[in-house]
Design a protein around this ligand. Structure first.
Ligand SMILES: [Zn+2]
Length: 279
């Protein structure tokens, strides 16, 4: 995978007053309707292992630092922190419909949204927020129905097809059609660095036989798995058009200078966020 993050045909790398983040070109086309970003580790006030744009309240960081970091990101993408809604993320595949009444949950008040790895809404000024440090962020937008979603797809969520669950939820709850959905698969640990044992490989091929072609054996009992490609295939299988899926092809571990990486930093790291909101 690519080393060194630059603007490409798929992504824009933006520095807004020092806050650095990524936007996806297929979503950026709809800048008048949505705002979105995937943050990096650059542009915040945190120090040590959370240096500097840590957005995780449960990391080794002060609440004040994290709030200041959120304010900076919010300003950069024109979102109000009070409109943010967090998912608490448990490596499952459940998607929560949220609305105006959920604004602030996780940031200005304690959240009762427990056990969800994805959020979806059709309401304006409700900013959906999920967290990452190697797992795969997946963004969704249906310009026809004006519905947004974001889901956290670690390897467990990927095996449980959380991306397909997100599309299902958009269809069932809001009448979206898969062929209208734009999706973006963000920076995560790449196949180059996601090494797992036989038992994880087995989970994939037992539950999704076709995923074998995205797994590569690298030792007697070690495998490298391409989560981003498996998610892409999961999306096309449920009707999302290939040309509507933006792949960033960026490995967080290979680019530890730009991204927090759980594996790259041996667990001592901060959190990045995927944020999307209808304007
Ligand atoms: Zn890598």
């Amino acid at each position: 995978m690519k080393k060194g993050i630059i603007n490409s045909e798929n992504i824009c790398y933006i520095n807004h007053n020092g806050v650095e983040y990524i936007q996806f070109k297929n979503l950026k086309k709809y800048d008048n309707a949505i705002t979105h970003c995937f943050t990096t580790r650059k542009g915040g006030v945190s120090s040590g292992e959370c240096e500097s744009l840590n957005l995780g309240f449960s990391r080794k960081d002060s609440r004040d630092n994290v709030m200041e970091n959120f304010k900076r990101v919010a300003k950069a993408i024109s979102v109000d922190c009070r409109n943010m809604v967090f998912a608490n993320q448990v490596h499952d595949n459940k998607i929560k419909e949220v609305g105006e009444g959920d604004r602030g949950k996780g940031i200005t008040e304690e959240s009762d949204i427990i056990g969800y790895d994805g959020l979806v809404t059709n309401q304006r000024e409700v900013a959906l927020v999920t967290f990452y440090a190697d797992c795969v962020p997946v963004f969704f937008y249906d310009p026809e129905k004006n519905v947004i979603a974001v889901s956290h797809s670690g390897w467990r969520g990927t095996v449980k097809k959380i991306s397909a669950q997100t599309v299902n939820k958009m269809q069932n709850a809001y009448g979206c059609r898969a062929e209208n959905i734009e999706a973006a698969i963000g920076p995560s640990i790449g196949r180059c660095c996601f090494e797992v044992g036989e038992e994880v490989y087995r989970e994939f091929v037992d539950k999704m036989g076709w995923s074998d072609k995205f797994c590569k054996k690298t030792g007697t009992s070690k495998w490298h798995i391409d989560l981003q490609e498996i998610i892409k295939k999961t999306l096309t299988e449920c009707g999302v058009r290939e040309e509507n899926i933006c792949m960033c092809n960026i490995c967080t571990r290979c680019n530890r200078d730009v991204f927090f990486s759980h594996r790259g930093d041996h667990g001592k790291t901060g959190s990045m966020a995927a944020i999307i909101q209808l304007r």
